[in-house]
Design a protein around this ligand. Structure first.
Ligand SMILES: Cc1ncc(COP(=O)(O)O)c(C=O)c1O
Length: 285
């Protein structure tokens, strides 16, 4: 298997991380995860642009352009003959003797590899359980930073009790999941946290909002309280790898009827259609 290693395609076994890489030592970097359907990188431009934006926000200046990066990622998918799976791409600030402050002259390290994705088909169809956790992360959750320690801790807690996701609550309001965005259907309206510094504005979220607009569903990007979430008729989460997963139980209590709701199923279906349309469109272009 080939990986992208600072501009070159090399065998995975030959790719090594320098122990003084700031990504390794400080989590000083940013990343993206992109889904590949039918040999096509889905929403490639949106992910690449978000990667550049995250890098810029933390003061990493990438020399290449968004379109150069897109080409490299397409080439990686071709090299590995990937038809269905994902691409992980990471940018770190570079390598330097360990100290917090850094020189502007460091050369960023860019690596990417492909991976298989196990679609959570059971959860997508039957629904999944979630836990509520306090959101104790920093205040720049809009940056897709490598620092995922709190997300990792809370996801692990959820996983240990058989839950698919931990839904985070900050100051009494629902923000997002540890690796997903969160939506609730309350009196027929889909509520989700606005795209502020308190959440990652998911690429899947952006696509779902397009699907909702096309379907004529009403969406309200106003934050919801934990109590509102617990009274919702339907809840679902979204991410690149999970796509759309209905949440049917929170902290042991059923959501609505305890089965995936009709609006959730409609959004799921609309998203699948979008994947098909956009994957075809970019193959033919
Ligand atoms: C904290 C967080 N929120 C939301 C998402 C969903 O983003 P996307 O739809 O771009 O995968 C992710 C994805 O990893 C995430 O880590």
């Amino acid at each position: 298997m080939k990986v992208l290693y600072n501009g070159d395609f090399i065998e995975k076994k030959d790719a090594h991380v320098d122990i003084e890489d700031r990504g390794y030592q400080f989590g000083d970097g940013v990343y993206e995860v992109i889904r590949v359907y039918n040999g096509t990188l889905f929403t490639l431009k949106e992910h690449t642009e978000r990667l550049f934006k995250s890098a810029k926000e933390i003061g990493i200046h990438l020399q290449s352009t968004v379109s150069d990066m897109e080409e490299k990622l397409k080439q990686l998918v071709t090299e590995n003959q990937l038809t269905d799976g994902g691409v992980y791409i990471q940018v770190t600030r570079g390598v330097a003797p360990r100290k917090h402050q850094y020189a502007e002259s460091l050369t960023p390290k860019i690596t990417a590899y492909t991976f298989q994705v196990k679609k959570p088909v059971l959860e997508q169809t039957a629904g999944a359980k979630a836990l509520l956790s306090e959101d104790l992360r920093w205040l720049r959750c809009d940056i897709k930073s490598l620092n995922l320690l709190y997300n990792v801790m809370e996801k692990q807690k959820a996983s240990e009790v058989g839950a698919f996701e931990a839904i985070l609550v900050r100051d009494g309001f629902v923000t997002e999941g540890t690796s997903s965005n969160v939506y609730a259907v309350i009196d027929g309206v889909i509520r989700t946290h606005p795209a502020t510094n308190l959440i990652l504005n998911g690429i899947t979220r952006r696509k779902l909002l397009e699907v909702c607009a096309q379907q004529g569903c009403s969406v309200d990007e106003t934050r919801m309280s934990k109590e509102e979430l617990l009274r919702a008729q339907e809840i679902f989460i979204s991410s690149t790898t999970a796509e759309v997963v209905p949440i049917i139980e929170i902290d042991g209590q059923p959501v609505g009827e305890g089965v995936p709701g009709e609006i959730t199923k409609r959004v799921q279906q609309g998203f699948q259609e979008k994947i098909k349309q956009e994957s075809k469109a970019s193959i033919s272009s």
